[in-house]
Ligand binder design. Sequence first.
Ligand code: NI
Length: 133
Amino acid sequence: MQRITITIDDDLMEQLDHMIEHRGYKNRSEAIRDLARAGMKEDLIEANKLTDCVGVLSYVYEHEARDLAKRLTSTHHDHHDMTIASMHVHLDQGYCLEVSLLRGEVKAIKEFSDAIISQRAVAHGDLSIIPTS
Ligand code: NI
């Protein structure tokens, strides 16, 4: 572990301390390490340097929307080799929540996720990418 000294202006430090308290970090160092990891992950993805990952895809959909459930199932079957596990929760009378754990190339996982999230009557779609390399 290395010790570094950084300079941060007062306003930013105040905001950072609020976040640290809000999220329950024990100290500034752990919060800044997490922010650095998040930034580096974004950079790897943008620069196409991150090849393999685990993806957590979550979304909510109206299960009675015309043919949607069928189309979503077909999309999952088309990408069956990427799926590690899926969880389905019947949220209420009309809506379902699905969480799928995916593994594979970042590009392919993004395409799969976009194909799901862009469907009409799919809401709150989100893909979280975790680097594995
Ligand atoms: Ni359901």
